[in-house]
Ligand binder design. Structure first.
Ligand code: ADP
Ligand code: MG
Length: 271
C-alpha cells in the first residue's frame, strides 16, 4: 500500500475480519506543553504481525509505545489492544476513565521491554521472571517458578536462573527481561530500542531471541535502529517523523524504495 496512513474503518488487507486487531491506534495526539509530540497517529497491527518502528531521535517513537501501554495518556484519540480500549471504558454514549487498578490489569497483558532492562536488582533471574504472574494472582508461586524456568530455557539462560542482574551481562539481562515479558503471556510485546544500551558483541544474542519470538508468531512492535535486523524480522516498517507516520510498508518497500524524502534522508544516515 502506498497510502501513508491506515484509513480508519477501511478493512486491513489480509486481516481476519473476526479477530480484533492486536493493536489499534486511532487519531492519537500527545502534547508535552506546547510540544506536539504525536500528531495524529493511526496504526493497525494485526495478530502475529511484526512491526518495526523507525525514525529519528525525538520523532515520538517511545511516546507512541508508552501511549499504547498507557504509561502516557493521549490528549486525543484512542488505543485498543486485542479489541479492548485502553485506559477507558464505554459509559453511556461517552467514555469513562478506568481505575488505576483496571489499567494495571490491562498493562499486564502488554509486554514491554525497555532499553535499560529495568530488572529488579534484588531478585534473581528466576524471581524476576516469576514475580509478575504471582503479583497479579495468575499463578501460584510454584507454578510461576516452573514457568520462569521454561522461559529462561527458551532465552538460553536455563543455567543462570539463580544469578542476580549484576552478575549477568547486558545481553543476558535483556534476555531475562524478555522472559519476564513473556511470563504474563501478553497479546503483544513492545520493545523500545532493546539493544541500544548493549556492547556491540552482545546485540546478536538479544536480536536472535527476538527473531525466535517473531518466528513463533508472537505479535511484536519493535523500535530499533538495527536496520539489518528490521529487514529480516519485520512484516511492516513504520517510519515516524515529527510525531507522524510518514511512510509504512514491507521492508523491501520502505528500506529499498522509500517514497518520502524524510525516509530517504533518515536511511542515508543510518545505513
Ligand atoms: P524518540 O523515542 O523517537 O526519540 P520520544 O518519544 O522519546 O522520541 O520523544 C519525543 C519528543 O517528546 C522529544 O522531543 C522529547 O524531548 C519529548 N518528550 C518525551 N517525553 C517527554 C516528557 N515526559 N516531558 C516532556 N517532553 C518529553
Ligand atoms: Mg525513544
Amino acid at each position: 500500500m502506498s497510502t501513508p496512513l491506515d484509513t480508519p474503518g477501511t478493512p486491513v488487507p489480509g486481516a481476519q475480519s473476526a479477530a480484533p486487531a492486536a493493536v489499534e491506534v486511532h487519531g492519537v495526539h500527545k502534547w508535552y506543553g506546547a510540544h506536539h509530540v504525536l500528531d495524529g497517529i493511526d496504526l493497525t497491527i494485526r495478530p502475529g504481525e511484526v512491526t518495526v518502528i523507525l525514525g529519528p531521535s525525538g520523532s515520538g517513537k517511545s511516546t507512541l509505545l508508552r501511549v499504547i501501554n498507557h504509561l502516557e495518556k493521549p490528549e486525543a484519540g484512542h488505543v485498543s489492544v486485542g479489541g479492548e480500549p485502553i485506559g477507558v471504558r464505554r459509559h453511556g454514549k461517552g467514555l469513562k476513565e478506568l481505575s488505576e487498578r483496571a489499567i494495571l490489569a490491562q498493562r499486564s497483558r502488554i509486554g514491554f521491554v525497555f532499553q535499560n532492562f529495568n530488572l529488579f536488582p534484588h531478585l534473581t533471574a528466576l524471581d524476576n521472571v516469576a514475580a509478575a504472574p504471582v503479583a497479579t494472582g495468575r499463578l501460584s508461586r510454584g507454578a510461576a517458578r516452573e514457568l520462569a524456568r521454561e522461559l529462561l530455557d527458551r532465552v538460553g539462560l536455563g543455567d543462570r536462573a539463580g544469578a542476580y542482574p549484576r552478575q549477568l551481562s547486558g545481553g543476558q539481562q535483556q534476555r531475562v527481561a524478555i522472559a519476564r515479558a513473556l511470563a504474563l503471556r501478553p497479546g503483544v510485546i513492545l520493545f523500545d530500542e532493546p539493544t541500544s544500551a548493549l556492547d556491540p558483541e552482545l546485540v546478536g544474542e538479544v536480536l536472535s531471541v527476538i527473531k525466535d519470538l517473531a518466528a513463533g508468531g508472537t505479535t511484536l512492535v519493535i523500535v530499533t535502529h538495527e536496520i539489518g535486523f528490521a529487514r529480516e524480522v519485520a512484516d511492516r516498517i513504520v517510519f515516524l517523523d515529527g510525531g507522524r507516520v510518514v511512510e509504512q510498508g514491507p521492508p523491501a518497500q520502505v528500506l529499498d524504495n522509500p517514497s518520502h524524502p524524510r525516509t530517504r534522508d533518515f536511511l542515508s544516515k543510518v545505513l
